[in-house]
Design a protein around this ligand. Structure first.
Ligand code: FES
Ligand SMILES: [Fe+2]
Length: 351
């Protein structure tokens, strides 16, 4: 499926962010993950649970049911399933057929979010979740704020295209986080097993309005930013602002942020977007963190709008036209190929 090769949709034997911790409560929540309906809830002891979100009786969404003890009860005819997915009660009969069960998905609560493995539970190794210390989420030099969620009105791959081509900052985000010369700045790219990174240094550029406001800085800056994609779920970026110096980005650090963009496939034409950030300034002032993240919402909505426009365009075209690829697409295309390879490797292991 565009922009991937025909027949390739999403890898399932991978960890993805399913939800913010605070979203999952004793009231069930339904969310599609990698083309599967999933129901989330918490046990009496507070543990988060993810089970199949389709009742095998008449296909009613279990996420619209209710939690009874540590089990989930279907709203339609009362079939009840425990956290392992086993049906433990059918109101009209004593016997419960063994075939009456739903999937149960591995779920790991780490920092403020819940990681899900929507594939084969036997293969779910929590050691494959990106290291949160390496991400900087637990770095004492920073203060992290999470909790932002947007339903993506388009296929998940459009968001990866977006995050792998930061030249769009200068145009789509012209009025919020752009500096002059982003698209023209030299992009340094590197990659390794399961990751892909792009960085840029921009000496003596304009300071984006939102940073000027929060860093209390007027005038130009040396800016360095980049993003590392921990495939397939998370793009972790940095954005450093320095006083202008003769040698770029060696002047006094005015402030730095880290950004965390988690993209999770939903249904074929939608996805989930979880955003968090960490900052070096006003670290002990949670209100600044909230205000900053609220300021960035304008930017995030610009990305959602662009994604909606493209998805609508794709859904309206009678056939898929050829796209034009240019030098600036090198990183994005490399990311697509790596994602395709990941999906193909999973398919070949399944056969
Ligand atoms: S549809 Fe769920 S119990 Fe009938
Ligand atoms: Fe963007």
């Amino acid at each position: 499926m565009y922009p991937l090769a025909d027949g390739l949709i999403a890898a399932r034997n991978q960890w993805y962010i399913a939800a913010w911790s605070k979203e999952v409560t004793r009231t069930p929540m339904e969310r599609w993950i990698a083309n599967q309906p999933v129901a989330f809830y918490r046990t009496e002891a507070g543990e988060a649970v993810a089970v199949g979100g389709r009742c095998p009786h008449r296909h009613f969404p279990l996420g619209k049911g209710r939690v009874v003890g540590d089990a989930i009860e279907c709203l339609y005819h009362g079939f009840t399933f425990d956290r392992s997915g086993k049906c433990v009660h059918i109101p009209t009969q004593q016997q419960v057929p063994a075939v009456c069960r739903i999937p149960s998905y591995p779920l790991v609560e780490r920092w403020e979010w819940l990681w899900i493995w929507p594939g084969d539970p036997e293969k779910a190794d929590p050691g494959l979740i990106p290291d949160h210390r390496e991400l900087g989420l637990l770095d004492p030099a920073y203060s992290a704020t999470g909790g932002v969620y947007y339903p993506v009105p388009g296929r998940y791959t459009l968001m990866h295209d977006n995050l792998l081509d930061l030249s769009h900052l200068g145009y789509l985000h012209r009025s919020t986080i752009a500096s002059d010369g982003i698209a023209e700045a030299e992009e340094v790219r590197d990659e390794g097993s399961g990751w892909l990174r792009s960085t840029r240094k921009m000496p003596n550029v304009s300071c984006p309005p939102i940073f000027a406001q929060f860093l209390h800085h007027e005038g130009r800056v040396d800016r360095a930013f980049g993003m590392k994609w921990y495939m397939p779920a998370l793009h972790a970026g940095f954005d450093n602002f320095h006083e202008v110096a003769a040698k770029a980005c060696t002047g006094r650090l005015l402030g730095a942020i880290k950004v965390f963009h988690a993209i999770t496939p939903g249904r074929l034409n939608d996805a989930h977007y979880f955003f968090g950030m960490a900052r070096t300034f006003a670290k002990d002032n949670a209100a600044v963190g909230e205000a900053f993240i609220n300021g960035l919402r304008v930017t995030l909505v610009e990305d959602m709008s662009a994604t909606r426009e493209i998805e609508t365009m794709l859904g309206s075209l009678p056939e898929m036209p050829q796209e034009i690829l240019v030098r600036g697409d090198t990183h994005c295309v490399r990311g697509r190929r790596m994602l395709e390879n990941m999906i193909r490797a999973e398919q070949s292991m399944a056969t």
